[in-house]
Design a protein around this ligand. Structure first.
Ligand SMILES: C[S@@+](CC[C@H](N)C(=O)[O-])C[C@H]1O[C@@H](n2cnc3c(N)ncnc32)[C@H](O)[C@@H]1O
Length: 214
């Protein structure tokens, strides 16, 4: 549950939600039951809106988990567009493959198995849209690799920049201290990056959007 919005606003927005895709709802339940972190539903709606608006030909996701966002992106891609998605955890890959097969979008999704820190420097493709959603400790390195792989005019979409509210909190529980400090450092790096036009939105767990300048 997000600690970014006030509870009444969150409850109100949830009451307006109109998700009809049974697989998406099932995946949200699976993620909750099995403690799999996935994008908040309202951030996922923002992601889908940007995909519809930008019509990217090539999308890269760093951190597939069970392919919840992957499928939501794939649903909105144009005919010849594709999403590559990187995941290092074999159990998550297995679940992702099962959900992707059930989604009917397997021809739009390519899972790249392994550690993004090793995979990204070896990729030859340039992307119109990159979604960064991996271990927070690795965000800085993955951010620089993303900049290398992002086309001019392309969009970088980054989750968790308010980190359960702890990025802005004075007191942070011990288990979140290192990650909160990494996110704070990352946020400075992100908004200070000259090659991007950036914003951080208080949607879901905090979404960073960076557009690569021409
Ligand atoms: C927050 S979850 C991704 C959620 C997914 N993007 C969604 O919204 O449905 C993060 C995932 O990234 C994976 N991951 C973390 N660091 C990674 C890395 N360096 N390379 C590949 N996968 C990574 C984790 O195993 C985990 O499944």
């Amino acid at each position: 549950m997000s600690k970014i919005l006030y509870a009444p606003q969150e409850k109100y927005l949830s009451s307006l939600r109109n998700e009809k895709d049974e697989l998406i709802l099932e995946m949200e339940q699976f993620a909750e039951d099995n403690n799999v972190p996935i994008l908040d539903w309202n951030s996922a709606e923002l992601l889908e809106s940007l995909i519809v608006l930008y019509k990217p030909k090539r999308v890269l996701e760093i951190g597939t988990a069970i392919a919840y966002s992957t499928i939501r992106v794939a649903k909105n891609l144009k005919k010849k567009a594709m999403i590559d998605t990187i995941e290092k955890d074999p159990d998550k890959i297995k679940s992702a493959e099962e959900y992707i097969n059930r989604s009917g979008y397997e021809n739009k999704i390519n899972i790249i198995k392994g550690d993004a820190l090793q995979i990204m420097p070896a990729l030859n493709t340039k992307y119109n849209f990159i979604f960064l959603d991996a271990d927070k400790e690795d965000y800085e390195r993955l951010f620089y690799y993303s900049l290398m792989l992002l086309k001019k005019g392309g969009v970088l979409f980054v989750d968790n920049l308010l980190w359960h509210g702890y990025a802005a909190a004075k007191t942070v529980p011990a288990k979140y201290k290192i990650s909160a400090s990494k996110i704070r450092e990352f946020n400075k790096l992100f908004v200070g990056q000259h090659s991007l036009t950036t914003t951080i939105l208080p949607v879901g767990d905090g979404i960073g959007i960076g557009i690569k300048k021409d």
